[in-house]
Design a binder for this molecule. Structure first.
Ligand code: ADP
Ligand code: ASP
Ligand code: MG
Length: 325
């Protein structure tokens, strides 16, 4: 059976992390065929983008894509070297070598089609393909990027195209939490999260998974597991849960600097919008606007008070569901 493993930037940040990622591949390799997808090392993508903006305030998107996607190419080649050190036969492949065809929307392209012949050929030779995330090639033959965080999408799209048994996303946090643990340290790890709730969280700004990757996983029934490459542990499974297993709200996400927060879950209805507005008003936090979308109640508040509002709703409407059990 085939597994796709994706490593994010912090999981590949230096030689030690690259060696550790290679060791995780070695472990998985026993009993499985493996395809690996990589992001750029550490904050390489930010650094490359800054260089472009030093030269031009508004760099041409085609050239910006040609530049920022080089980070993944470095990471793929270096991870293959770390894998060789452990005796693993691996080969780095760029987006075009891996047959990832995109539209021509530089900076935020979408994968149109994957022709995985080369990947399959490498697998049949007993090699582990290490594919650059975040990039593909459009019909005009240009490199395009899938938008920030897009390596998750590469991994899920490959898992779908190769009919993989599982897609494992390795990152710096040990699962999906009820809120970004960097913003709300009291957030709780979820063993499983419904893909519709995960999509609402990702769209609202939960960086942990690229929204398009969650859409693709749901549409293609790709089982997804989010894991830490730092601490181990069972991580979080992202899949369609039964109505009974789905909490009213899986979590909260937002962009506090923009004054927006979103409660994500099956309970996103007019009653929840009213309840959250009343709760916040009770603490002197005035909601400026509220909206309902599928599985999402979104509120707008003054940016300087949005984190406080997130904390309160997280405690009263998200965490309370678990402590009540
Ligand atoms: P990678 O480089 O591995 O792709 P990212 O930085 O894109 O990693 O995503 C991981 C980060 O997502 C975490 O460090 C965490 O701060 C953030 N995050 C935001 N929302 C959540 C959430 N609900 N659960 C877990 N992590 C979250
Ligand atoms: N390296 C790219 C970024 O920083 C893609 C990714 O990490 O998924 O956005
Ligand atoms: Mg990411």
């Amino acid at each position: 059976m085939l597994i796709v493993q994706k490593f994010g930037g912090s999981s590949l940040a230096d030689a030690e992390r690259l060696r550790h990622a290679a060791a995780l591949c070695l472990e998985r390799r026993r009993g499985h065929e493996l395809v690996v997808v990589v992001s750029a090392m550490g904050d390489t993508t930010d650094g490359l983008s800054e260089r472009a903006h030093e030269l031009l305030p508004d760099p041409p998107l085609r050239e910006l894509d040609a530049l920022v996607t080089t980070g993944e190419q470095q990471a793929a080649a270096l991870l293959v070297m770390a894998m060789r050190e452990l005796g693993l036969e691996a080969v780095s492949l760029t987006g075009w070598q891996a047959g990832i065809l995109t539209d021509r929307n530089y900076g935020s392209s979408e994968i149109r089609f994957i022709a995985p012949d080369r990947i399959r050929a490498e697998l049949s030779r007993g090699r582990i393909p290490v594919v650059t995330g975040f990039q593909g090639v459009c019909a005009a033959g240009d490199i395009t990027s899938l938008g920030r965080g897009g390596s998750d999408t590469t991994a899920v799209a490959l898992a779908a195209a190769l009919e993989a048994e599982l897609c494992e996303i390795y990152t710096d946090v040990d699962g999906v939490y009820t809120a970004d643990p960097r913003l709300l340290p009291e957030a709780r790890r979820l063993d499983a999260v419904d893909c519709r709730d995960m999509l609402a969280l990702a769209r609202a700004g939960a960086q942990v998974l690229h929204p398009r990757s969650v859409e693709l996983a749901a549409a293609n029934h790709v089982p997804l597991r989010l894991l830490s490459s730092f601490t181990g542990g069972p991580g979080t499974v992202v899949r369609r849960l039964s109505d009974e297993a789905r909490p009213r709200f899986a979590g909260i996400a937002g962009r506090p600097e923009q004054g927006r927060l979103t409660l994500a879950g099956a309970g996103a209805d007019a009653a929840a919008l009213a309840e959250s507005t009343v709760l916040l008003a009770g603490a002197g936090l005035r909601v400026q606007a509220g909206s309902l979308e599928e599985n999402a109640v979104t509120l707008t508040l003054p940016p300087e008070r949005t984190l406080e509002a997130m904390k309160l709703l997280h405690r009263e409407m998200v965490l309370r569901q678990y402590t009540a059990l």
